[in-house]
Ligand binder design. Sequence first.
Ligand code: IPM
Ligand code: MG
Length: 357
Amino acid sequence: MREYAIAAIPADGIGPEVIAAGLEVLSVLTEKVGGFRLRVEAFPWGSDYYKKHGTMMPQNGLELLRPFSAIYFGAVGAPDIPDHITLWGLRLAICQGFDQYVNLRPTRILQGLSSPLRGCKPGDLDWAIVRENTEGEYAGQGGRAHRGFPEEVATETSIFTRRGVTRIMRFAFKLAQERPRKLLTVVTKSNAQRHGMVLWDEIAAEVAKEFPDVAWDKMLVDAMTTRMVAKPSSMDTIVATNLHADILSDLAAALAGSLGIAPTANLDPERRFPSMFEPIHGAAFDITGKDIANPIGALWTAALMLDHLGEKEAALRLMHAVELVTASGLYTPDLGGTATTREVTTAVCDAIHSAGL
Ligand code: IPM
Ligand code: MG
């Protein structure tokens, strides 16, 4: 029996609701599929922890997480604590501390869902967005001086390193090569940002030589938004900087139906550290505790986690069950329905049990 240790960090907002849904579905799934087990340990870190202890996680938080096979993360943020404290104290601390340099965001239109784009059919939008996750615009370089004075100054410096850009490009080209269309779009802004983004472009062209069978093109980020709306089927794998992909992936999720279904994997492809899996949607305070959060983002995320652990069959079965439910028209309010988190979770568990799976 294969066993994987999972660190669950439900944290804030709707995080605990959707992670509970995900763990319930995973337990039904592992029972049904057999051959492996998940040993889940929950960590009560996040904004409540901060209010009691003054930090988002204990000092030795990373040490505690290190032995785990993967981290299953909910959402972070609270209305009464500044976002940069909650984020840098937990989520970004884990991403950077474990050098999870790939943020992978698959986006497609699940069965039964529809795109707000007129005439966009499910097969027309099937993207894998690769976001650089450790440097770029979110490297955390910069500072503030002369606080409160009229001459106050703040800098936020983007960092692009040859090592950092090369490894994200290699990952993206390799992923593109593994996908049937072997097609990569490199997002850039080298017309206006003439240092970091020019290095980015040069390294893309260098790495491309290692992947002669991958067709690739370059797209300025502003023009990319138009292309995503006007010609979604012209793209497959997409690689972009931390900031650019942050923005484009929200657009992508909305074009695929809802932010509530979108998953993320924060990966250390070299597997030196545990990777972290989280739905994109965030804390969503406005709907916290109402049992209407869409659990599908957390379920698709769980499928990415299983895939990373090598349990590909289980990952496929989970997505199949999710799509049986979306195809049946059982939608939470973000998708225009009236179903609760509980109803969708139960339906996915039933779909896993049902014949044919
Ligand atoms: C995301 C989120 C976060 C990010 C925010 C909350 C900092 O928007 O996962 O895309 O940009 O990393
Ligand atoms: Mg974002």
